[in-house]
Design a protein around this ligand. Structure first.
Ligand SMILES: Nc1ncnc2c1ncn2[C@@H]1O[C@H](COP(=O)(O)OP(=O)(O)OP(=O)(O)O)[C@@H](O)[C@H]1O
Ligand SMILES: [Mg+2]
Length: 228
């Protein structure tokens, strides 16, 4: 079980790529509905931490707990199943399937979870509207702007109403106005659905959208004062 009250918790995570440790005893925990900003210099281990928390990368040692599950003890198939049902992902770029329309991209995780096409597309349309990009449903990712693409990616991450959204530099490729808009929409939608958000970023201003900030340095996590 996770420590009392927390949804996702990691303890003493270590992960090395060759001789260099990417994570070196990292601890982390997040509560349901909490938005945590993960700051830190380039190469400090932010993405590696996020990938371990999401069960994408298996740490060399340490544990990741999600509710009653020890993610680190599950098989690859069990972790993928959990990722599909309980987690949502937004990355910096390139995560939309170029051959599918934007509507089909948002409907895809619902279809993978067994939702019928009509219902999946209806819900996908509602999410596109909530992210204020209902007009791009029929277009493909190559035919829309970067800011619109990130909104579609956020809609897709939220479509399955995940318990945790992992966002790695979701606004890194956007200008500041579009970036702020995407962050507002992402954090508002997460708060509406009580989803927790792990938000990795280089930019200090992004932290203004969070309940709490942590800093990763040399593969270890330092907690900053909460600002709730
Ligand atoms: N797949 C990989 N293979 C080899 N080394 C890796 C791999 N992923 C990360 N690393 C190394 O691990 C360290 C931490 O990388 P990580 O990507 O977690 O940093 P980061 O904080 O996300 O950086 P950035 O802000 O630039 O995205 C770096 O030294 C990086 O070179
Ligand atoms: Mg990174």
């Amino acid at each position: 079980m996770t420590p009392e009250g927390s949804l996702l918790a990691a303890e003493a995570l270590c992960k090395a790529y060759g001789p260099t440790p990417a994570l070196d005893g990292a601890d982390f925990s997040i509560h349901p509905g909490e938005v945590v900003a993960v700051l830190g210099p380039s190469g400090s281990g932010k993405s590696t931490l996020l990938h371990c928390l999401a069960g994408i990368v298996r740490p060399d040692s340490g544990t990741v707990r999600y509710g009653p599950h020890a993610l680190t003890d599950l098989s690859d198939a069990q972790r993928s199943a959990l990722r599909r049902t309980d987690f949502g992902f937004v990355f910096q770029f390139g995560q939309l399937v170029p051959e599918l329309t934007c509507l089909e991209n948002v409907a895809l995780p619902l279809r993978l979870n067994g939702t019928k096409r009509k219902e999946a597309e209806r819900r996908a349309h509602d999410w596109l509207a909530q992210l204020e990009v209902e007009g791009v449903g029929k277009q493909r990712p190559g035919e829309i702007s970067g800011g619109q693409g990130q909104r579609v990616a956020v809609a897709r991450a939220l479509a399955t109403t995940p318990r945790v959204i992992f966002a790695d530099e979701p606004t890194g490729a956007l200008d500041s106005l579009n970036g702020e808009r995407v962050l507002t929409l992402l954090t508002n939608a997460a708060r509406d659905t009580n989803a927790a958000v792990v938000l990795v970023t280089h930019e200090a201003r992004v932290a203004a959208y969070s309940d709490r900030e942590i800093v990763v340095r040399d593969g270890r996590v330092k907690d900053m004062a909460g600002r709730i």
